[in-house]
Write a protein that binds this ligand. Structure first.
Ligand code: PLP
Length: 389
């Protein structure tokens, strides 16, 4: 028996997405920029995918969608692209302490160019107060970047309110929506975002493809240079099969999103309730804040994240210790630390994240196994202390 509960790290490719991609990995190999019919076929497929992604984002203008190699590139293009286009107006950026490293490192990379960044803190539940964002704004602020939902805790941020306050001041507003696109309904126009990042592999599409929504009229400096593809904002021959896969994943996500979010939320709640019943010391991180339905970040005090993850893996259960990209580094989570949680709570946090393919059988299996793995790790952790006594 297995239970894959790491859908915020990545999701399995939906077989229907693979079917949609297959022709473009074989016979339909044209370059979308070519004039002949092979090129036209590829061009039409890219345009159709752009339309599907725009529809998922509630955008009336499909040209607002710029395909990238994923969420990381979309985040880099947003931050550095605005810095390049508006750096003459000011060199101050505002973001949060709990962003993905793609944002934090993009901001840091601009420091040698004279940019400074204010990192707005969150409270103990991971909630961000829009008032704190407003207070961080300065006359030289050119960009605010706030993630729609945190990838470690699932905590949602009030990006509609933040978008409105940025728009009123003419400050560019970017939302990293990598964890929310395809999971909960989202309307980029209603949210007043200028830029929004998404990634296909988080919602059953292929890896290595994503997009940046760029509101019509918002100017960005390209970060790579080449032919004039995608309005020269992101040149290079398009990853046609990947883009088709992203489009198919977007269309599938749009189909039953509301009902699906309800189903997954109920499974997540069942998982948390079962863990609490079996292990009374369990702490749910971000519990008091509005959260995505598919993520539960829980701490098992007295244990250590890595030991629990390894124990779970031996039982066929996949979970993670926060962001997958930092999982190998054993660094304590910058997100949980920014929430001010105790060292024990940070060091013993495990993220369980569910997806469209997660079912009740997997959740029940996880509940049958997790408590004993946690108890074993807790007992092993306590042993050296006993020896010392
Ligand atoms: N932003 C957030 C919030 C994420 O969770 C991730 C992936 O974990 C990324 C950005 C990076 O996306 P990608 O893996 O497509 O580069």
């Amino acid at each position: 028996m297995k239970a894959y509960l790491d859908c915020s790290a990545t999701t399995p490719l939906d077989p229907r997405v693979l079917d949609a991609m297959r022709p473009f990995l074989a016979g339909a190999f044209g370059n979308p920029s070519s004039v002949h019919h092979w090129g036209q076929e590829a061009r039409r497929a890219v345009a159709a995918a752009r339309e599907r992604v725009a529809t998922l984002l509630g955008s009336r203008d499909r040209e607002a969608v710029i395909f990238t190699s994923g969420g990381t590139e979309a985040d880099n293009l947003a931050v550095k692209g605005i810095a390049g286009a508006r750096g003459d107006r000011g060199r101050h950026l505002v973001t949060t302490a709990v962003e993905h490293h793609a944002i934090l490192e993009s901001c840091a990379s601009l420091e040698p160019l004279g940019f400074t960044t204010t990192y707005v803190p969150v409270d103990a539940d991971g909630s961000l107060d829009p008032e704190a964002v407003r207070e961080a704004l300065r006359p030289d602020t050119i960009l605010v970047s706030v993630m729609h939902a945190n990838n470690e805790t699932g905590v949602l941020h009030p990006i509609g309110e933040i978008g409105a306050l940025c728009r009123a001041r003419g400050i560019a507003f970017h939302a990293d929506a990598v964890q929310t696109v395809g999971k909960i309904p989202l309307d980029a126009e209603a949210l007043a975002v200028d830029l929004l990042s998404l990634s296909a592999h988080k919602f059953h599409g292929p890896k290595g493809v994503g997009a940046l929504y760029v509101r019509p009229g918002v100017r960005l400096q390209p970060q790579i240079h080449g032919g004039g593809q995608q309005r020269a904002l992101r040149p290079g021959t398009e990853n046609v099969a990947g883009i088709v896969g992203l489009g198919a994943a977007a269309a599938l996500a749009a189909e039953g999103m509301g009902a699906e979010a309800g189903r997954i939320g109920a499974l997540r709640d069942r998982l948390v309730a079962g863990l609490r019943a079996a292990l009374p010391a369990v702490e749910v991180n971000g519990q008091g804040a509005p959260r995505l339905p598919h993520i539960a970040n829980v701490s098992f005090p007295g244990t250590d994240t890595e030991a629990v993850l390894l124990g779970l893996d031996l039982e066929g259960i996949a979970a993670s210790g926060g962001a997958a990209c930092s999982a190998g580094s054993l660094e304590p989570s910058h997100v949980l630390r920014a929430m001010g949680l105790s060292a024990d709570r940070v060091a013993s946090a495990v993220r369980f994240s569910l997806g469209r393919l997660t079912d009740e059988v997997e959740v029940e299996y996880a509940l049958a196994v997790i408590p004993s793995v946690v108890e074993q790790v807790r007992e092993a952790a306590a042993l050296p202390l006993l020896g010392r006594g």
